[in-house]
Design a protein around this ligand. Structure first.
Ligand code: MLT
Length: 415
């Protein structure tokens, strides 16, 4: 009999968001009269239409495919030069970071990239992960065999967990013990905390001292409004020799359905082969893309590049401003109930303390049953997420205002 990947059997639960959908589905089946009242602030899926610049570029790109003289077949596996240049200029060089066009690898999103990156890393790396954080980092490393079995009470043996609590303002600190690979997410999903320059510089210093690799997920960088906060890890001296950065157009451009993101792999970044030889990750990632992908479609690449035009920039700014204003409404409503609300200022997520005596799944269930509001229980992001829920600001203004009213069911007198 052929063998399966036994590592999958270590996974303790289904992936978080399908599990939430399952519970919502069960609720609407049991309460059909309430189904149309459900407002989804669980998974961070965008609700507003695509920026006009992206739509126009996509239309033109599709039209080009309909004519012999402008038809295109396979795209370059790592992205067209003009798109990579727009990204390197727009997101990095304009902020004083050194990133060459050919260090940008276009893909169908940062989630697949965060998973695929493990293909070019060897077995046996010790993995450090913030807690709470986007569950993809832990789950993909379990699947790749980089963990031991699941631990009672949550988490997996073998990972170095970096607790992010109110005491450290939800900012992960470099651990005392060794790790080979660390995932940092800033702005953090789910807490909304952003690592400042000093904190990021400490991480870069730690990575050099441990010959470790930082996998920096900046999928929400465009929500940062505080000009003192870094948007890219390459704003920190020395980061090109220890860090890979993931970015996504899902939230900034409303591309959750369109699918596009990119990864930056600097050419100076080297890892060790089994015999100790130093090998550039850029070469391996390039090789991986050439073999495993035919790249991103022409209309989608044109749409991504259009986000960097003057018109596109104005429209993405308006889009992210809109979701940030939603986040502020939600945070204010939670604070008014006496709950502690974090994030929201430079992030589209509001991280909210559960009412006294309620766990995060209990709070999730209460909101679903009594307010028909879907949130994400903090425990789904890690053990340190217990005691919190995440409310996503990706919704229409009318729905957000309605959620702000309905979460009154969490008021101390009501619980
Ligand atoms: C989230 O809700 O955490 C994100 O939308 C999930 C994702 O980006 O894959």
């Amino acid at each position: 009999m052929f063998r399966i990947n036994d590592n999958y059997l270590k996974l303790t639960a289904g992936y978080l968001f399908p599990e939430i959908s399952r519970r919502v589905h069960a609720f609407t089946q049991a309460n059909p009269a309430l189904a149309s009242r459900v407002i989804r602030c669980g998974i961070g899926d965008v609700t507003e239409p695509l920026p006009v610049a992206a739509v126009t570029a996509m239309h033109e790109a599709v039209d080009a495919l309909s004519k012999h003289d402008s038809f295109r077949g396979y795209p370059p596996a790592t992205g067209y030069d003009f798109v990579r240049r727009a990204i390197a200029d727009g997101d990095f060089r304009s902020r004083g970071c050194i990133v060459a066009d050919d260090e940008v690898f276009l893909s169908d999103g940062s989630k697949p990239d965060a998973s695929a990156i493990l293909e070019i890393l060897g077995p046996g790396n010790r993995i450090a992960i913030s807690d709470p954080v986007y569950p993809v980092y832990a789950d993909t490393n379990v699947m790749a065999g980089n963990s031991g079995p699941a631990l009672r009470g949550g988490g997996y043996e073998g990972f170095v967990y970096l607790p992010c609590t109110e005491d450290n303002a939800f900012a992960p600190c470099p651990p005392k013990e060794h790790a080979d690979v660390v995932y940092l997410c800033s702005p953090n999903n789910p807490t909304g905390s952003v690592l400042d320059r000093a904190a990021l510089a400490r991480w870069v210093e730690w990575a050099h001292a441990h010959h470790a690799l930082i996998l920096f997920d900046a999928a929400y960088a465009d929500f940062i409004r505080d000009p003192s906060l870094p948007q890219s890890i390459y704003e920190i001296e020395g980061a090109r020799r220890c860090a890979i950065e993931f970015r996504s157009f899902s939230k900034v451009g409303g591309f959750t359905g369109v699918r596009c993101g990119y990864t930056v792999v600097p050419k100076e970044l080297v890892g060790a082969a089994a015999d100790g030889t130093r090998v550039a990750l850029h070469d391996l990632w390039m090789r991986r893309w050439a073999t495993c992908s035919n790249g991103v479609s022409w209309p989608v690449q044109c749409a991504a590049a259009a986000l960097y035009s003057a018109e596109g920039r104005g429209q993405t700014r308006a889009l992210t401003d809109f979701y940030l204003a939603n986040a502020a409404i939600l945070a204010r409503a939670c604070t008014a109930l006496g709950l502690r609300a974090f994030g929201a200022a430079n992030s589209p997520y509001v991280w909210v303390s559960c009412p006294r005596g309620l766990g995060s799944w209990e709070t999730f269930d209460l909101l679903l049953q009594h307010a028909q509001v879907v949130t994400t229980p903090g425990a789904g992001f890690g053990r340190c997420g217990e005691g919190f829920i995440r409310i996503s600001a990706f919704n229409s203004r009318a729905n957000v205002e309605e959620v702000a009213r309905r979460i009154g069911v969490l008021a101390p007198a009501a619980v």
